[in-house]
Design a protein. Structure first.
Length: 47
């Protein structure tokens, strides 16, 4: 197991900043779409 994790840890360390930025953007967009879909279904008269 440690032998398999070492290359992944190195890749994460090399791309830590870009991965965190991509994850944050994906989380923000995903939550925004989820909230919009929920509100459009629950409160259709507002749209």
């Amino acid at each position: 197991m440690p032998r398999l994790r070492l290359p992944f840890i190195r890749i994460l360390n090399n791309r830590r900043h870009t991965m965190t930025i991509e994850l944050l953007l994906a989380a923000v967009v995903g939550t925004a779409l989820a909230v919009f879909l929920v509100y459009s279904v629950v409160y259709p008269e507002k749209f």
